[in-house]
Design a protein around this ligand. Structure first.
Ligand SMILES: Nc1ncnc2c1ncn2[C@@H]1O[C@H](COP(=O)(O)OP(=O)(O)OP(=O)(O)O)[C@@H](O)[C@H]1O
Ligand SMILES: [Mg+2]
Length: 205
């Protein structure tokens, strides 16, 4: 039996990492691995450094989109597909929808272009369930500001983060079966109650 593939999406500071920790606990009885994007393999982690480095101000939107896709295809081939085929469940912090929202909508490359690049990169490795943590970006950045030094993407203007958010909303409308909208403005426990409902709706073996 193939493993379940679950991804977490949302604007910066929406609460993905917080909820993924709770999901990890909840799935303890099942075989599961937890990954974050970009990263998860030696090559992907090197690409991550390139992408997030605040020194790389000259990086073009095209370069950024291709680097994300390159990092992702390495993760898919080296880790995700072998795990799923071995019956292990895979939970990933960000995946293709992040590229479409950030590079497609917010950077303006176009959703279709970015989906096309990723279709080439991913060999049809599509999540069974995507949890979209729905929080207006203004609130997410406020949550983050108090936390750590912002990386290159997080340092973008509020206008950029707004476009990312609107991109996610369009993705929710395009893929209503796969992408489930979770109200992330609630407290941590209430958000997790919504997450559990979605997890329980999957057909686990
Ligand atoms: N439901 C919540 N209510 C209030 N604060 C929250 C909630 N969930 C998470 N937080 C806090 O908000 C901050 C950002 O949360 P978290 O790191 O989980 O977001 P994230 O979506 O993983 O962000 P990033 O995209 O940067 O990885 C943390 O300080 C966390 O403790
Ligand atoms: Mg996080």
């Amino acid at each position: 039996m193939r493993g379940m593939f679950i991804t977490a999406e949302g604007t910066d500071g929406a609460g993905k990492s917080t909820q993924l920790e709770l999901i990890k606990e909840y799935l303890k009885g099942k075989k599961a691995i937890f990954l974050r994007e970009p990263g998860g393999t030696a090559i992907s982690e090197k690409i991550r450094e390139l992408i997030l480095d605040t020194q790389n101000t000259e990086m073009s939107a095209q370069t950024e989109a291709l680097l994300y896709a390159a990092s992702r295809t390495q993760l898919v081939n080296e880790v995700i597909l072998p795990a799923l085929e071995a019956g292990t469940n895979v939970v990933c912090d960000r995946y293709i929808d992040s590229s479409v929202a950030y590079q497609g909508y917010a950077r303006g490359l176009g959703a279709d272009t970015v989906e096309g690049i990723n279709r080439f990169a991913l060999e049809n490795c599509v999540p069974d369930l995507t949890l979209f943590f729905d929080l207006p970006p203004e609130k997410g950045i406020l949550r983050k500001n108090s936390q750590h030094k912002l990386d290159r993407i997080e340092q973008e203007s509020m206008d950029f983060h707004r476009k990312v958010y609107e991109g996610y909303i369009k993705l929710c409308e395009k893929y209503p079966q796969r992408i489930r909208r979770i109200d992330a403005s609630l407290d941590v426990g209430a958000v997790f109650a919504l997450v559990k409902k979605e997890l329980d709706s999957l057909r686990w073996d």
